[in-house]
Every structure is written in structure tokens, then in C-alpha cells.
Design a protein around this ligand. Structure first.
Ligand code: PMP
Length: 381
């Protein structure tokens, strides 16, 4: 089997798994208690915080809070920051192709009186900086633009975005779920105020995430309870999951240059092979894209049929974001880059990881060619 759905779920890295197994020997500390076991657990969290902070260039480890995943981080970043800073203004701006875990918190704020402006993107999914400049006003408290898109792989010009947002006195939240560990991120250099990270996308287990909050930025909790994670994410921390996320972040930082080059070679070979097929097109940016990400559309066929047919041939691909796949609606990302509804339905996404190699590319291209031909022969379109 060839697994090409790393954007939906990354296999936990064996090194991370054995690191996590180190906690199987009676480890039971709650980081909030003062007994020795609690202090050990606190140390475990502190180490993980340092490792995650180092991955994104955050100089103060305490600027990282741990959460239950990227969705939680996005909710705290968008809702928690907008609500806490409401006195400074009641406008928010999000790019049109954000993940639903940013879009839906933004819509929630809209219902409670915020004005929401979507920022458009071009046909490659790159944010339109002029339009962003017009959308962000001095009343805009939070602007959210992801580092890279999970459906089309496009990497955004975050430094330019930050300059625009800061020029108007606002805060910039960046969802780096898919970019972290794959391309260099530096919250200082990039001018990021809040940054979302997912443990699984770094090679750790699902159910752990983090949010970087620039020191001094005021945020209110979305979930209320105890004082864990500075009160911003109450509830006992998933200590082992977080420890594993930290270790995955450390490994990702260390191996990123070489691994990203290796993945980009697979990506480029696959893009060359598939765009050589009839009526097959790349989606997203041809060069400014994540190293592990290749995405396509095929005319006159449905992405779900491609996904199922490829699955039967032993290859796991995606057709959209896993988080919205049950709705069967056309992807808001593909519509926002200007595709017609029928074009947006014929999408296929391949995302690579450590288990993939460039030698697999001919088999993948062959399977896509066979699938597309067969489906077109039976399509009523
Ligand atoms: N943001 C982006 C850009 C994503 O790609 C995803 C997951 N695909 C999420 C947020 C949500 O992640 P989780 O389901 O782990 O909360």
C-alpha cells in the first residue's frame, strides 16, 4: 500500500513512539500538583515547551501553550483574542481559504457583533495583498492568514501580511498546521503574534497541539475551568501526548532541510507525471508550495470516485480536507481560487511523508491514469 494522505493524518514516528513508551513505566504525574510526581510532569511539559518553541523561533518557551490540537488552538487564537481585545475594535479579517476551524470561529464572532471581512486570494491561492491592505483597518483586532493551505499546498507571503496587519495596529494569527516542520518558521522574523501548531502534523500522536502567543498579547479563554496553560486551556494536560509532540518538533527541526528536499523531489516528479495526463491540472502554486504536497483536478470526474478507485488499487489519496469530506460540498478553497463547481469536484490531493519514496511515483501516476480513464469512460458528464 502507498499512503499519500499525510495532511489528514501522519503516522506517529517510531522514534516518537519509543520516546513515548519511556513513560509507560508507572508515570502518573499531574503537572498541577506539588508532589514529586507532579513536579516531574511539570518538567516534562517544560521540556516539550522548549522543543516546540525552538521549532518556531520563539525565544520564550512560556509563549507556547499546549492544547488538544489545531482546532482548539485556532479557536483560542481567533475567538479568545478578538473577544479580549474588543475595546480596540470589532473587526476581524480572515483569508477566504482558511481551514474551517478558523472560518467557523470567525463566523461565531460575526454572530456576536463582529464585522468579518474575508480576504481574497488569487488563482494560485496566494493572498491578494492589496485587497488585504484594504480589508484590514485600524479597527481590525485580529487577522488570520494560514502559513500554507492544506488542500492546495500554497505557501502564503506571511512577512508581507504581517507588515500590513501591524501597520494598522492589529494582531496576526497564523495557522501553521501544515507548514510547521516542513518549511522554516520563525515567529520573530515573520512577525507572527499567534501561531497554531498540530502535534500530529509533526509526527506525534493525534490529540495534542500548541498555540504560540507573543508575550504581551492578551487572550481570553474559550473553555473555562482550572488554571492550566495560563488559564487559556484549562483541564489536565495530555502530558505524554505533549511530550511526544515536543520530541516530534525536535526531530522535525533537526531533519527539516534534508527531509524537505527529499519530499520536494517526490512532489516534483509526481506533478510532472500527472500534469502530463489528459485534462489533468495542478491546483495551488506551481513553486510556492509545501514540499510534501501535490494537488490536482481532473475534468469530468468526481474526486470521491477517484479516491475510492485509487484506494482499491492500494493507494490512499484525499480529495479535500478530511474535516469537511462528509459534507460532499464543493471545497471553499477551490471555489475561492476561481474554479467552477464542477471543476472543484474533481480534485485529488497527495501528501507525502517518511514512508514514501521517489520510486513509487511511476506506480502512482499509472494508477491515476488508469483510474481517470476508467471513470471518464462511465461518466454521464
Ligand atoms: N488547520 C489546518 C490548516 C489543518 O489542515 C487542520 C487539519 N487538517 C486543522 C487546522 C485542524 O486540525 P485538528 O483536526 O487536528 O484540530
Amino acid at each position: 500500500r502507498i499512503y499519500l494522505d499525510h495532511a489528514a493524518a501522519m503516522p506517529v514516528r517510531p522514534e516518537v513512539l519509543s520516546f513515548g513508551m519511556g513513560f509507560s513505566d508507572g508515570f502518573a504525574g499531574n503537572p498541577s500538583t506539588l508532589c514529586r510526581e507532579g513536579l516531574v510532569a511539570q518538567e516534562v511539559l517544560a521540556t516539550a515547551r522548549e522543543k516546540v518553541a525552538a521549532l518556531v523561533g520563539a525565544s520564550a518557551p512560556d509563549s507556547i501553550i499546549f492544547t488538544g490540537g489545531a482546532t482548539e488552538s485556532n479557536n483560542i487564537a481567533v475567538r479568545g483574542t478578538a473577544l479580549r481585545n474588543r475595546k480596540a475594535g470589532n473587526r476581524i479579517v480572515v483569508s477566504a481559504i482558511e481551514h474551517i476551524s478558523v472560518l467557523n470561529p470567525a463566523k461565531y464572532l460575526q454572530k456576536s457583533g463582529f464585522s468579518l471581512t474575508p480576504a481574497p486570494v488569487d488563482r494560485y491561492g496566494v493572498i491578494d495583498l492589496d485587497a488585504l491592505g484594504a480589508a484590514v483597518t485600524p479597527e481590525t483586532v485580529v487577522t488570520s492568514v494560514h502559513y500554507a493551505n492544506n488542500e492546495i499546498g500554497t505557501v502564503e507571503p506571511i512577512r508581507e501580511v504581517a507588515a500590513i496587519v501591524h501597520d494598522r495596529g492589529g494582531l496576526l494569527h497564523v495557522d501553521a498546521t501544515d507548514a510547521a516542520g516542513r518549511i522554516p518558521i520563525d515567529v520573530e522574523r515573520d512577525g507572527i503574534d499567534l501561531l497554531t501548531l498540530s502535534g500530529n502534523q509533526l509526527g506525534g500522536p493525534q490529540g495534542a497541539g500548541a498555540l504560540y502567543i507573543r508575550p504581551g498579547v492578551r487572550v481570553q479563554p474559550v473553555l473555562v475551568g482550572g488554571g492550566q496553560e495560563r488559564g487559556l486551556r484549562p483541564g489536565t494536560e495530555d502530558v505524554v501526548g505533549i511530550a511526544c509532540m515536543g520530541e516530534a518538533a525536535r526531530l522535525a527541526k533537526e531533519e527539516m532541510p534534508e527531509e524537505s528536499r527529499r519530499l520536494a523531489a517526490i512532489r516534483d516528479r509526481l506533478i510532472a507525471g500527472i500534469t502530463g495526463l489528459e485534462e489533468a491540472y495542478l491546483t495551488g502554486h506551481p513553486t510556492e508550495r509545501l514540499p510534501h504536497h501535490a494537488s490536482f483536478r481532473f475534468s469530468r470526474i468526481e474526486g470521491e470516485s477517484i479516491q475510492l478507485a485509487m484506494d482499491l488499487l492500494g493507494i490512499a489519496v484525499a480529495t479535500g480536507s478530511a474535516c469537511t469530506s462528509r459534507t460532499l460540498e464543493a471545497s471553499h478553497v477551490l471555489l475561492a481560487i476561481g474554479l467552477a463547481h464542477e471543476e472543484a469536484h474533481g480534485s485529488m490531493i497527495a501528501t507525502f511523508g517518511r514512508g514514501n519514496s521517489v520510486e513509487e511515483v511511476p506506480r502512482i501516476v499509472g494508477a491515476v491514469e488508469e483510474t481517470v480513464k476508467r471513470l471518464r469512460a462511465i461518466t454521464p458528464l
